[in-house]
Design a protein around this ligand. Structure first.
Ligand code: ACO
Length: 392
């Protein structure tokens, strides 16, 4: 079907309403395919189970931005471009310091920093990518790291521009000032790859709407960050971890979860609007968490937490089947996201900013795709107010 026939609907006095735009197809895409019945997710042409645990985040972003995996020199140019931009503009540093002083929410702080992320004059890109896209992608993790360090009473880590540091390791280095273990870097790459893109979710739609007006890429990313911050989108991964911690011991899982269901509460990390089977991202992140928590550097406490989470998952599925027979409420992406990011050593209120680091790769790819498509996004509303013949 042509784009024009999807968007140029004839004017009518009684248009069909689509609350939430559910069931509306906006455009074609080559970024990701989500199949909620089969529980499959394809990212840039590869099943998430294949690409997420095996690729680096830079490879996946390159794939989404260009439609092909990078060769050696293409990847080097991209990595060098990112490394060249790994320093925060002074204005962003000031904004983050001020945000911490005012106890701002991390996502609000991030918006302030991203607003000026592409202001400095940078060297010409070697990869051929848009300088603004490179600046935003490279500096967003530095902003998250600097925010956390200010909160801990520390200064940002200097000298993170070493091109041998990948995206995930540069972030962990900027956060802690120490070289991260390979297991942590692999776990973070797997997480970032798993959530880089997921169809036309609210933040991706926001980014596409904004660039469709020919506004700047930076405006699109700011809008997308705002959309992502809401609790119905990216704002609620922490509670899934809180729930596991609250249960505390495997033998308490049934009693605590049953009480929650009886009280009408929802079990965090279960159920999904699109997936009617286990979210494929939960599978990938569950495996990544297992690898991380079995790594030699994992503590006994971490290992116990992972075993507890597995018990919580199986009890929750059993109780949800009893509670809502036929509804097929299964584990969603949030459950193992929380566990994996906690295992990497990240504080739970940074989970959404770290989700944003991943999605920025996807948002930029969608912005490019939307501009190629070129059509201003402009749905209509049905007016249902009065019409007075004169004023007043
Ligand atoms: N625990 C208990 N009951 C649930 C759960 C749950 N996790 N999820 C759905 N239900 C129940 C609902 O109460 C509803 O019951 P009702 O028909 O008696 O009202 C029924 O199952 C159907 O639920 P819906 O809300 O229609 O399911 P929907 O597909 O709209 O909601 C959602 C999906 C919001 C994710 C929901 O499953 C939920 O709230 N889960 C818990 C929170 C969570 O894990 N959020 C992260 C989601 S992942 C993501 O969005 C990236």
């Amino acid at each position: 079907m042509s784009t024009a026939s999807l968007t140029d609907r004839p004017r009518t006095d009684s248009p069909q309403l689509h609350p939430g735009l559910e069931g509306i197809t906006l455009a074609t895409t080559r970024m990701s395919r989500v199949d909620g019945e089969k529980g499959s997710l394809v990212i840039g042409g590869y099943p998430v189970e294949e690409i997420a645990p095996n690729a680096t985040f830079e490879q996946v972003v390159y794939l989404l931005w260009t439609g092909r995996l990078p060769n050696g020199s293409g990847l080097d140019a991209f990595r060098n471009d990112l490394a060249d931009r790994r320093r925060l503009p002074e204005l962003a540093v000031q904004a983050l310091r001020e945000a911490v002083g005012r106890a701002a929410h991390p996502m609000d702080a991030l918006r302030m920093a991203v607003a000026v992320a592409d202001w400095p004059e940078d060297p010409a890109p070697r990869s051929g990518f848009d300088p603004s896209a490179l600046a935003i992608l490279a500096r967003l993790p530095l902003a998250v790291a600097a925010f956390e360090r200010f909160r801990q009473g520390q200064e940002p880590v200097e000298d993170v521009a070493d091109p041998s540091l990948g995206y995930a390791s540069a972030f962990l280095f900027a956060l802690t000032g120490a070289s991260p273990s390979e297991a942590r870097v692999r776990a973070l790459d797997t997480y970032l790859n798993t959530v880089v893109d997921h169809g036309l979710n609210a933040s991706t739609f926001t980014a596409r709407v904004i660039v469709s007006t020919r506004a700047s890429l930076s405006s699109a990313i700011l809008g997308a960050l705002g959309a992502l911050s809401g609790p119905l989108h990216g704002g609620a991964p922490g509670p899934a971890l809180d729930q596991v911690v609250e249960i505390g011991r495997p033998e308490r899982a049934e009693q605590v979860l049953r009480a929650k269901l009886q009280a009408g509460e929802r079990l965090m990390g279960f159920g999904h609007r699109v997936y009617k089977v286990r979210d494929p991202r939960a599978e990938v992140l569950g495996r990544a968490a297992r690898l991380l928590f079995q790594d030699g550097s994992a503590t006994e406490q971490d290992r116990r937490l992972f075993a507890l989470a597995q018990e919580v998952e199986s009890v929750a599925i059993r109780l949800l089947d009893e509670h809502k027979p036929g509804r097929r409420l299964r584990t969603n992406v949030e459950f193992y996201t929380a566990l994996l990011l906690h295992g990497i050593g990240l504080p739970s209120d940074l989970f959404t900013p770290i989700f944003a680091m991943a999605r920025t790769g996807g948002w930029i790819a969608h912005a490019r795709e939307q501009l190629e498509e070129g059509r201003l996004i402009r749905p209509r509303l049905l007016y249902q107010g009065p019409v007075h013949p004169s004023f007043p």
